[in-house]
Design a protein around this ligand. Sequence first.
Ligand SMILES: Nc1nc2c(ncn2[C@@H]2O[C@H](COP(=O)(O)OP(=O)(O)O)[C@@H](O)[C@H]2O)c(=O)[nH]1
Ligand SMILES: [Mg+2]
Ligand SMILES: [Zn+2]
Length: 281
Amino acid sequence: MKGQVVKVISENFYVDLGNETIICKQRGKLKNLKTLPLVGDFVLVSKEKGVIEEILPRDNMIIRPNVSNITMAFVITSFKNPDFSTNLLDKLLVQLEINKIKPVICLTKRDLISDLDFLQYKETLDYYQELGYIVVYNHEINKIKNILENNTTVFIGQTGSGKSTLLNKLFSDLNLKTGEVSLALGRGRHTTRHVEIIKIGNINVLDTPGFSALSFLNYEENDVRDAFIEFKKYPCMYHDCMHLKEDECKVKEAVNKKQILLSRYMNYQNFIEEFKNKKRW
Ligand SMILES: Nc1nc2c(ncn2[C@@H]2O[C@H](COP(=O)(O)OP(=O)(O)O)[C@@H](O)[C@H]2O)c(=O)[nH]1
Ligand SMILES: [Mg+2]
Ligand SMILES: [Zn+2]
């Protein structure tokens, strides 16, 4: 019998079979990410034994929080409290690009900044929109619902950025716990404790515990470069150009001509540097 793991609480795996959700145990004792069922996994279960017999091949997998088979990610980004950061936004976009998860940039807390400040951010956001990223605001409820339709969407972004608040607004009977943001730190408390797929019609959503960066397995410097999707518009002489120290680099030229947003390029340099230092994201 086929189902999808929608929640894991300690050793209990909640498997949605379409018409009911049953609690299963994991078969055997092996516990690594390959054999451990994750939220999002499609699995074959024995209903009689109450065990997961097999994990079906994953389309993708994110660790910390551990989820699989995600089609879309809402990158919840607040203008203030916590402050807007292109570094964090780009880091998340890169990781989503590498894993072929469709990103949607969702802005929150527009009400906390002045119109003047907003105009400045708007220029940056228009750049992302021109790249092809969907940009939405957390008050655009109907638009957001349409985007979520027929996707399994993870809500990611810093603690306190407004993930749970938005989910509650979208689906009024959810009642997810939301947290007050500590003014001193500009950070929120961790209020979302476990990961769970919530199914509402054709919409699958996941609220995640507050975290600021995803960890992905198996990526390389080339992947990070290619995840900056605008770089491809400026083909360099050397096909494998990293756009760093190379001469006659078209990407660097485009940065100088302001065709590529400077913060994008600086974040790129910064990520490659982190790579060199073997820091994990
Ligand atoms: N002013 C303002 N506050 C918001 C907005 N969205 C969320 N918040 C507040 O931000 C705090 C953190 O929200 P929460 O949804 O718990 O963030 P999460 O950690 O990302 O789930 C809560 O106090 C919310 O009421 C918004 O658009 N404007
Ligand atoms: Mg939350
Ligand atoms: Zn180059």
